[in-house]
Write a protein that binds this ligand. Structure first.
Ligand code: GTP
Length: 305
């Protein structure tokens, strides 16, 4: 059997711990604070020992903490803190409130007085990392749903929005119209003006379509020169009217490219009202047939099935 370690080694463990360690007595007077606790609080060891714990507690906590400790010490109430991992805050020497994680322990009696210890971790680094991770996740989610060229929603976002819209529509019984808009003769636009000019046209068309649609409608780039449209709470006739407005907004004026060329772009749109039993892809297939009719009918047109 190994001989028991001397208590001086245990003391070193606590003295050197990277967690802040604090010991208070039953009157909530600080009796010990290790170096990490001194660093965290901004007080020296001499300043902390003998000080009331209230000096370290923010606002409301300071007024009730001593009462909790007293009722527990007298055996009048259980502790909600001892033996548990809890999040609190402390106030440092400069009055700055620091979020902490605390593991408090009843460490027993010595010469008739009771003592409580706590391991305290500064939560600020963890909170900063959590905030950074949340911001990163939000950015990644945003990027995963956005078409990088035009800045509008992409095909993935369109599918997600369409599915949600159809679930809501099935519940409410409201009609949903789905559409596909396609830039006419876009290959020719690219061939005559160059690919970068084609990109400018795509961006301008996306912007004009989004601006002409209602706030409740959804416009996404779902393919090269193809845009998906969703019109919630809208019957086919009304959707045709909105689609005409969108079509006209694209055709209304030429688009100026970076090298100063003026490109006249038009779009053709195919629409269909999705029946409750249909999925988004069923609606898209029918809208594609309507788009085919619009192209065959001379382009720069809206057709619905
Ligand atoms: N500049 C640019 N062109 C693209 C992009 N994605 C697809 N295209 C082009 O879009 C063109 C699509 O051409 P087609 O499918 O033949 O159709 P269209 O010429 O528009 O003819 P219609 O649809 O029948 O009116 C192709 O030339 C593709 O190279 C893109 O991101 N940028």
């Amino acid at each position: 059997m190994q001989p028991a370690l001397p208590s001086s080694l245990m003391c070193s463990l606590v003295d050197e711990s990277l967690d802040a360690v604090l010991i208070i007595d039953e009157d909530c007077i600080v009796r010990y604070a290790n170096q990490s606790m001194q660093n965290l609080s901004g007080y020296s060891g001499e300043e902390l020992v003998g000080k009331s714990l209230d000096a370290l507690l923010p606002g409301a906590m300071a007024s009730c903490h001593t009462g909790f400790v007293r009722t527990f010490t007298r055996g009048e109430a259980p502790s909600a803190v001892l033996g548990k991992v809890r999040e609190f805050a402390i106030r440092d020497r400069n009055g700055i409130v620091i979020p902490i994680e605390m593991k408090a322990i009843d460490i027993g009696q010595h010469e008739g007085r009771r003592y409580f210890g706590a391991f305290i971790e500064d939560l600020r680094p963890r909170r900063t990392m959590e905030a950074q991770n949340a911001a990163l996740l939000a950015r990644l989610e945003q990027e995963a749903m956005t078409d990088p060229l035009t800045g509008i929603a992409n095909r993935r976002a369109f599918a997600a929005e369409g599915d949600h819209m159809l679930v809501r529509a099935r519940r409410s019984g409201a009609p949903v119209v789905v559409g596909i808009a396609d830039i006419d003769h876009f290959k020719k636009i690219n061939d005559e003006n160059g690919h970068p000019a084609g990109d400018t046209v795509l961006r301008a068309v996306a912007q004009r379509m989004t601006e002409a649609a209602r706030a409740s409608d959804f416009v996404a780039r779902i393919g090269g020169e193809e845009f998906g449209l969703l019109f919630p709470d809208t019957h086919a006739d009304a959707a045709v009217g909105i689609a005409q407005r969108i079509r006209e907004s694209v055709a209304a004026s030429p688009i100026e490219t970076d090298d100063g060329r003026l490109v006249h772009a038009t779009i053709s749109i195919g629409l269909t009202q999705i029946s409750p039993a249909e999925q988004l892809d069923d609606g898209l297939a029918t809208a594609d047939c309507a788009l085919y009719n619009a192209k065959n009918g001379g382009r720069n047109r809206v057709e619905s099935i």
